[in-house]
Design a protein around this ligand. Structure first.
Ligand code: HPA
Length: 274
């Protein structure tokens, strides 16, 4: 698994292309990828060491192209802690490949449950900070000093300048954008109602099964990032129905339109430099 191989293959498929932004699309949020102009698609399976997602709603392809006039690399699909295997090693390859390509900003998206009744299904939330309840860290094991130090601060892991840009884009496009703390849960089961009550006490506004490992690896190697949650449901015990992956995907598709508008607004703001 070599980052150099992935970088070389991407370079061969699209010579001279220098993406400025990388956009990772979460469960059911792949729609914006359809808007990319002049796309070059590369399957994760063709990139050594890249994670091949096993979950419905995750395509597993990398797309190079332009969106709102900005050269962009779109990561359509991710792996999750519950998929097991060598997912953590592959996640490092994916994030570090993005860094190696010279990307200035990584934008992560996910589907999440909300712990706040006033931030219901259909809402978009800018992640301010996180709580890692996964029980693992993708950087466990020997540290590769070439990428970053053994110990590092997580203050402002969600880049304040990129967050400010998203707030401005939300105002400019008329999209309501809440803000909150995301708690990562290992899954694959949804949380119990008792866990949700406990997580509220811990300060969580959102719960999901992803994003935190990518944030940790990106922060370690100094890649600036922002993250957005699309709320697909109220967290377990707060709403009427039982949670299901089907609900995540169908609600995700509903929110994809406003997510797309917000992302386009954000990219517009980058046209004149970061
Ligand atoms: N919990 C965990 N992950 C999720 C949820 C949830 O309620 N909704 C979408 N992804």
């Amino acid at each position: 698994m070599s980052i150099e191989d992935a970088v070389r293959i991407i370079g061969e498929r699209r010579p001279g292309f220098m993406p400025r932004v990388a956009l990772l699309l979460g469960s059911g949020l792949g729609q914006v990828a359809e808007r990319i102009e002049d796309p070059t698609r590369i399957s994760y399976a063709d990139l050594p060491g890249f994670p091949v997602p096993t979950v419905a709603g995750h395509a597993g392809s990398l797309i190079l192209g332009r969106l709102a006039g900005v050269d962009l690399l779109c990561l359509n699909g991710r792996v999750h802690a519950y998929e097991g295997g060598d997912g953590a090693a592959r996640l490092k390859v994916l994030v570090r490949t993005v860094k190696q390509l010279g990307v200035e900003a990584l934008v992560l998206t996910n589907a999440a449950g909300s712990l706040r009744t006033e931030v219901g299904p259909g809402s978009l939330v800018l992640i301010r900070d996180h709580i890692n309840m996964l029980g693992f860290n993708p950087l466990q094991g020997p540290n590769d000093e070439a990428w970053g130090p053994r110990f590092f601060s997580m203050r402002d892991a969600y880049d304040p300048a990129l967050a400010a840009r998203f707030r401005r884009a939300a105002v400019a496009t008329g999209i309501a954008l809440a803000e909150g703390v995301y708690l990562a849960y290992p899954g694959p089961n949804f949380e119990t109602p008792a866990e949700i009550r406990a997580f509220r006490g811990l300060g969580a506004d959102l719960v999901g099964m992803s994003t935190v490992p990518e944030v940790v690896v990106a922060r370690h190697c100094g890649l600036a990032l922002a993250a957005l949650s699309a709320v697909t449901n109220l967290a377990e015990g707060m709403g009427d129905g039982m949670l299901s992956h089907h609900e995540t995907l169908s609600q995700g598709a509903r929110i994809a339109q406003s997510l797309e508008t917000l992302i386009l607004g954000f990219l517009e703001s980058l046209k004149h430099g970061l």
